[in-house]
Design a protein around this ligand. Structure first.
Ligand code: AKG
Length: 301
């Protein structure tokens, strides 16, 4: 496959299906890594007014903290004398050509096909993230399912960074096997564990449960931390619980993109608890196949 340094092994496919996450070491060629770095910098620092959804989660943390909500943090973060920001964009592909090329034309769609065993792969959306040096915010443990308007098992996020990401700079953490728990968890505010509906930031959905306090009881869960090098792609199932720590480093940004793909069994399903996605323009109804310009087919057998 052009642009991949190597193919995906059967062992990697098995690991993804069994544990809900797999780190594909060194799969992306340097050309894609360079495009990723450029696209992320453009989207965050030149196109911020254009992107459909932008969050300054450091600002959110301050607002929630000011309102007496328990924002995730620690003494190490509190002791940092400078402050970087934790920034997030949703839908970067709609404004940035480089992110769009990665989303639609890179070998990522092939990887999704391989891991799902799907005959068709659709692109759903992206989340772009930057934890600037000295950003003290955690990414609270969450699943992706309640943020999407999809139903089906073949939905994944592919997380990748053009930077060397260590535990110090906010490596991703995953609760292995949690994609099989069969619970539909509520979305949260990312920097705090409180569900969005409890904060008045989303509609209540009684089919969803609040997440357990994983951060406070880490020993009770099978948590794997995946550090990452440029060229690595970490793929997780959309029902898998995941999160990350702060970027404690003072000289290294932790830039990342998470591209979302869907396979054969996926249909549209509106989740009223999901935060607004103004760039989602389509006429799909619950139960429809998702093929349309908004969620284009990017791989077909
Ligand atoms: O990069 C992060 O801190 C969070 C990423 C994430 O939640 C995702 O890839 O779905």
């Amino acid at each position: 496959m052009q642009g991949l340094n190597r193919d995906i092994s059967d062992e990697e496919v098995d690991e993804y299906r069994e544990t809900g996450v797999v780190k594909l070491r060194g799969v992306l060629s340097q050309t894609w890594v360079d495009l990723l770095a450029e696209g992320l910098d453009e989207a965050f620092y030149q196109q911020r007014e254009l992107v459909p959804v932008f969050y300054d989660s450091s600002e959110t943390a301050d607002q929630l903290g000011g309102a007496g909500i328990a924002v995730l943090g620690d003494s190490r973060g509190d002791a940092m004398t400078t402050r970087g920001r934790f920034l997030t964009i949703i839908g970067g592909w709609t404004v940035n050509e480089k992110i769009r090329t990665l989303a639609l034309e890179s070998p990522l769609a092939y990887i999704a096909h391989r891991l799902f065993g799907a005959s068709k792969v659709n692109y759903y959306d992206d989340q772009l993230l930057t934890k600037e040096p000295c950003s003290r915010e955690y990414t609270a443990f969450h699943t992706d399912e309640p943020y999407y308007h999809l139903r089906g098992q073949q939905v994944c996020g592919m997380w990748m960074s053009p930077d060397v990401v260590t535990e110090e700079s906010g490596a991703m953490q995953y609760v292995r096997g949690s994609h099989r728990w069969g619970t539909f968890f509520k979305p949260n505010a990312f920097v705090a564990q409180n569900p969005l509906d409890e904060l008045g930031l989303a509609e209540q959905d009684d089919t969803q449960q609040p997440l357990p306090d994983i951060e406070g009881n880490r020993g009770d869960y099978d948590i794997v931390t995946h550090t990452s090098d440029p060229g690595d792609v970490i793929v997780h199932h959309s029902n898998l619980i995941h999160g990350a720590g702060p970027n404690y480093t003072s000289d290294r940004a932790r830039r990342a993109a998470s591209f979302r793909y869907a396979g054969d069994d996926v249909t549209y399903w509106y989740h009223r608890s999901a935060p607004p996605q103004p760039h989602h323009q389509h006429k799909l109804k619950d139960g429809d196949p998702i093929d349309c310009d908004q969620f284009p087919v990017v791989w077909r057998k």
